[in-house]
Design a protein around this ligand. Structure first.
Ligand SMILES: Nc1ncnc2c1ncn2[C@@H]1O[C@H](COP(=O)(O)OP(=O)(O)O)[C@@H](O)[C@H]1O
Ligand SMILES: Cc1ncsc1CCOP(=O)(O)O
Ligand SMILES: [Mg+2]
Length: 280
């Protein structure tokens, strides 16, 4: 019999939200969604710092609790910064999340993602099309968006297998592929998460926020698998509540309501009842 994720991760679901400490997360990220990301961290009671100059890393890394490396907008400087920070996190044992934004689109981003993987980050994530490309599978993603074609049951099964093989070489990394169904694969197991609403595809930064919030949960000491499962479930439940409230509004109102729920939903003791997902 399959086990529900609220059973598998029962302690984490009971104790994580509201955060009892405020983890400081350094986000080296893209200018498109940087403000949404910083605010999303604040809404869950984490603290953002968006520092990307390598000269600052020695001082900064004594203060931060976690690092987010987002490939969403590459410049020569940001490339150097991402690579230097990835190495520095490994040396200083800071938890790190790599978000493979645009890896389905260009070889350059694929190569940077692979270089960052060599540091054995805690989490590597992307939308399903980005993660397919990263795992060596055919991908139909365009730009920074995932493709519906990559979400069939066959494609998900194929991706699960490819990620399992990757965890043999990278046993300390948890892989997350997001979309209508979210797939989590680590050396400890595989899980499928089923919350969320289609409107999440219609505003920018949803995946970026999931990456930053995952880093925050690593920063308070959750395991890689716990941090990924809790973040995706919480964010997607926020979106479900927002969609239910947004009967007359457009996508901009849905966005605002989803972000608003980040600071509200945790206060509702029964939000965990909304969580859908199971071990594979
Ligand atoms: N069609 C959908 N149905 C339900 N949830 C979705 C859907 N599309 C995306 N999500 C959710 O939105 C978040 C961002 O996922 P995704 O859109 O795949 O990432 P990105 O923004 O990086 O392309 C994830 O939490 C994912 O579960
Ligand atoms: C970097 C970038 N370029 C166009 S939209 C965007 C943000 C992508 O964010 P997400 O991966 O969360 O959709
Ligand atoms: Mg993304």
């Amino acid at each position: 019999m399959t086990q529900s994720i609220t059973e598998v991760f029962a302690d984490a679901f009971k104790t994580t939200f509201l955060l009892k400490s405020s983890p400081l997360v350094d986000c080296i990220t893209n200018p498109v969604t940087i403000e949404s990301m910083a605010n999303a961290l604040l809404y869950i009671d984490a603290k953002p710092v968006m520092a990307d100059l390598p000269e600052e890393f020695p001082e900064l890394f004594t203060q931060i609790d976690a690092l987010l490396l987002n490939l969403g907008h590459i410049s020569p400087e940001r490339k150097d910064s991402l690579l230097a920070a990835g190495r520095y996190a490994a040396e200083t044992h800071k938890p790190a999340v790599v978000d493979l934004v645009g890896v389905a689109a260009t070889q350059l981003r694929y190569d940077i993602g692979q270089q960052l993987l060599q540091n054995h980050p805690n989490v590597v994530k992307g939308n399903i099309s980005e993660v397919r490309r990263f795992a060596g599978l055919k991908s139909t993603g365009r730009g920074v968006d995932g493709s519906q074609l990559d979400q069939s049951a066959t494609a998900l099964a194929e991706l699960t297998k490819a990620l399992q093989e990757l965890t043999e070489r990278f046993p300390n990394t948890t892989f997350l592929a997001t979309g209508e169904t979210d797939l989590v694969v680590s050396a400890k197991g595989q899980w499928r998460l089923e919350n969320g609403v289609p409107q999440l595809d219609r505003f920018t930064g949803t995946g970026d926020i999931v990456g930053a919030l995952t880093a925050a949960l690593l920063g308070i000491g959750l395991s890689n698998d716990e941090a990924v499962v809790l973040t995706v479930s919480y964010f997607n439940c926020c979106a479900e509540v927002a969609a239910a409230q947004n009967t007359a509004g457009g996508i901009a109102s849905f966005r605002e309501k989803t972000l608003d729920q980040l600071s509200l939903l945790a206060d509702q003791a029964d939000w965990v009842q909304m969580v859908k997902g199971e071990a594979l």
